[in-house]
Design a protein around this ligand. Structure first.
Ligand code: NAP
Ligand code: SF4
Length: 674
């Protein structure tokens, strides 16, 4: 079959290695790197991606010495024993015809321990620990440690290393004037600030010989005040190329940057121009990265000459078969990464093993298995939200005959509502993926069909209730007033909001509704230039860190977001995404009130006691976002003694703490046992 993506699927030479295509799995810490006894799981995780056709895999970061640990006893490549323990990983990938490079990452002042070192004494705004400055001799020693770690990686069977020079880690702390205040030969002039990475690359080349792949992850934009300028970055690229690198990968923004770079509201391929500038300056291949999650967007980047390859990390968690599906022209079968961070980065940054919201098998390849069923059963799933669809598809893939009942006219459940929120357009693609899978798996989907006890009893071997949740209606006098609507009514279009709106409840959905009401259409996510202006990013100029004054757009509505609790709103939002939502609605002028008691809704608006003081918010609309309640009556009607094969999953089982991650996982885990 001819490739639908001729550029993406073409082989590429990197040094003396030939990659089978131009899709690479970018580095991502999964939590399986830190302990040698997890190597089998790590090997299974990468081997699955190699079997999925990816051209090259880059591992999570391994420190070249103890001071560079991300946290105490974190992943490192220090001894021959470390190298030996990696042989399982490299063997598994090579047996699957893949190639794999180890990433060398020294955390510098991002290290979460008290004995960290940086270019200069400083403390990162995202870390409670302060770093001391490396002495000149310690800098030279660190360079040797990079070379030693690379040599160990070579002995472990890796095809090369990626030297992590971006995201604000140690090497970046040397290259940018924001953090490098040194007065020795590693600080001051541009050449001096670049000396550390250049000497690392040269030392690695010397230690590992000409055939070992050296990838340098270059920060193509720092997105921090007093970061590098565009011309400094190009100068660094040329020097690193001369020192012996075979390829560049793009890093976008430091971890402490206050510009989002990977969350779902970031436009796809938002930063590819910065990669293109590096590509134009060097002769070796350059990879683009960040918010590239479909073969279409990847092919476009290559076609217009912005990069030679594309690096994707999270999309390979979401679908290990991404590359094969692209090569075989089956991109509509790719399980799309919706850039939610909920199960990957939010896990990593809270010291939990990463997985994927839409693919609970990710990083659990040896534990969550979907074996072919011994006997094909008749399975009914009620509810085509995330839990029901996940259960139905997994059960069908195992060989069961599945019917899926949905009382609405379309599938998607809470995903369909989320897809209406500006910046969450990715959910539309996820629903399209589910729709395609339901078709491929031959699932009998019955829309507009309210399943009941009679229609289910006696007709199926297994019955799964995944009827989801309904908005909780709080007990507030006047809650029946026409001004009061639920978030579901607003997002499904059955109700509209006026010019002045109060939102009751500031959880994830309250924030989503505030975004929905305050954002112009089409959303800035679908208009890259507007988005860059909103966040104050200038990819064309010579400003330090590519930052400029943000230009927020005017907001036509007056919006209040309220909660009963005392304290900052949005505390419970995702670890890596919450700040983006909080900052976004602040820039959109949404007024945020805590410590509220709701006393009445009437023609005047919403009456509250705020810090005990009575106030009337003269609003046209009150949107209720006060959490959810399970819809489980169908399950509760059943007599388990008569019908033991009834199951309940997702929000229908438990509405509290519900998120799509739990719903999808519960659906898949149940289906694995049917
Ligand atoms: P939630 O996060 O539990 O928030 C519910 C909000 O309603 C809270 O602010 C709560 O705070 C308030 N509330 C609860 N009971 C109330 C009552 N009786 N009267 C008035 N206010 C009440 O739930 P959600 O916003 O519905 O979100 C559901 C799930 O989806 C969550 O797990 C969430 O993480 C996930 N989600 C996440 C995102 C995201 O990260 N962007 C977006 C959407 C959904 P007070 O009690 O202080 O008022
Ligand atoms: Fe993508 Fe979300 Fe899965 Fe992470 S958890 S890989 S962001 S879909």
């Amino acid at each position: 079959m001819p490739a639908s993506y001729p550029q993406l699927t073409a082989p590429l030479k990197i040094g003396s290695h030939t990659l089978r295509n131009r899709m690479i799995m970018g580095s991502m810490h999964t939590g399986l790197e830190d302990r040698f006894w997890h190597r089998d799981k790590l090997a299974a995780f990468y081997a699955e991606r190699a079997r999925g056709g990816i051209g090259l895999i880059i591992t999570g970061g391994f420190s070249p010495n103890i001071r560079g640990w991300l946290f105490p006893f974190a992943s490192a490549m220090l001894t021959p024993f470390d190298a030996y323990s990696h042989r399982k990983v490299t063997r598994a990938v090579h047996e699957a015809d893949g190639k794999i490079c180890l990433q060398l990452l020294h955390a510098g002042r991002y290290a979460y321990h008290p004995f960290s070192r940086s270019s200069s004494a400083s403390k990162a705004p995202i870390n409670p620990f302060k770093s001391k400055a490396l002495s000149t001799s310690a800098v030279r020693k660190t360079i040797k440690h990079f070379a030693r770690a690379a040599k160990l990686a070579k002995s472990a069977g890796y095809d090369g290393v990626e030297i992590m020079g971006s995201e604000g880690y140690l090497i970046n702390q040397f290259t940018a004037p924001a953090t490098n205040k040194r007065t020795d030969e590693y600080g001051g002039s541009i050449e001096n600030r670049h000396r550390f990475p250049v000497e690392i690359v040269a030392a690695v080349r010397e230690a590992c010989g000409p055939d070992f792949m050296i990838i340098y992850r270059i920060s193509v934009v720092d997105l921090v005040p007093n970061g590098s300028t565009a011309s400094e970055i190009l100068q660094l690229a040329k020097a690193v190329e001369t020192a012996g690198a075979n390829m560049f990968n793009s890093g976008i923004g430091w971890h402490e940057a206050r510009v989002p770079t990977i969350v779902t509201s970031v436009p796809r391929a938002a930063f590819s121009e910065a990669t293109a500038a590096v590509k134009a300056a060097v002769a070796i291949p350059v990879a683009a990265s960040n918010r590239i999650n479909t073969p279409e967007i990847a092919e476009d980047i290559l076609k217009c000459g912005q990069a030679d390859l594309v690096a994707m990390a999270r999309p390979l968690l979401a679908d290990a078969q991404f590359a094969n599906k692209a090569i075989e022209g089956r991109s509509d079968e790719i399980n799309i990464c919706i850039a939610c961070n909920q199960a990957c980065l939010d896990h990593t940054f809270t010291n939990k093993r990463a997985t994927c919201m839409v693919n609970p098998q990710a990083c659990h390849e040896t534990e969550l298995l979907y074996p072919k069923a011994e006997k094909s059963k008749r399975v009914a799933v009620v509810g085509a939200g995330p839990a029901g669809m996940s259960c139905a598809i997994t059960a069908a893939q195992r060989g069961h005959k599945v019917s899926l009942f949905e009382r609405r006219a379309r599938i998607g459940g809470q995903f369909a509502l989320a897809s209406q929120v500006p910046g969450k357009e990715e959910f539309v693609h996820s629903i399209a993926y589910y729709e395609r899978q339901l078709h491929i798996c031959g699932i009998n989907v019955q829309l507009n069909t309210e399943a009941n006890l009679e229609s289910l009893k006696g007709h199926y071997d297994e019955i799964v209730i995944a009827t989801g949740v309904a908005p909780r209606i709080p007990n507030i006098p006047g809650i029946d007033h026409p001004k009061a609507i639920t978030y579901a009514q607003l997002l499904n279009g059955s109700a509209t909001a006026g010019e002045r709106v109060a939102i009751i409840g500031a959880g994830g959905i309250g924030f989503d509704v505030a975004t929905y009401l305050s954002e112009a259409k089409p959303s800035a996510t679908e208009d890259k230039d507007r988005w860059l202006q909103h966040w104050g990013v200038d990819l064309t100029g010579e400003t330090r860190g590519a930052l400029t004054e943000p230009e927020p757009e005017p907001v036509e509505r007056r919006i209040w977001l309220l909660q009963r609790k005392e304290g900052k709103l949005g505390r419970g939002l995702g670890k890596t995404t919450g700040w983006v939502h909080r900052e976004h609605i602040k820039r959109r002028g949404v007024e945020q009130y805590d410590n509220c008691e709701y006393t009445k809704i009437d023609d005047q608006g919403l009456h509250i006691l705020r810090d005990g003081v009575a106030e009337i918010l003269e609003v046209d609309t009150v949107v209720i976002c006060a959490g959810q309640e399970s819809q489980r009556s169908l399950f509760d009607q059943n007599n388990p003694e008569q019908q033991p094969h009834w199951h309940i999953v997702g929000g229908a089982k438990l509405a509290g703490e519900l998120d799509a991650k739990r719903a999808i996982r519960e659906g898949a885990v149940l289906a694995a046992t049917l």
